[in-house]
Design a binder for this molecule. Structure first.
Ligand SMILES: [Zn+2]
Length: 58
């Protein structure tokens, strides 16, 4: 990507421009983190349900 302030070529993973110090707004990683957190929460709930069912029948 390119720095919008000084037009220096910087890596896509960079959060701050090494030349002028501009901080880049990066929204997609935050959304991905929220989605994976929901998946993890759903997996935990499913596991808890399985344990309850197993305890009930055993
Ligand atoms: Zn810059």
């Amino acid at each position: 990507m390119q720095c919008p302030s000084c037009e220096l070529s910087v890596p896509d993973a960079a959060r701050v421009c090494p030349r002028c110090g501009t901080v880049f707004a990066r929204q997609p990683p935050r959304k991905a983190g929220a989605a994976s957190a929901i998946i993890v929460a759903a997996a935990v709930v499913l596991a808890a349900l399985l344990v309850v069912v197993w305890l009930y029948f055993v």
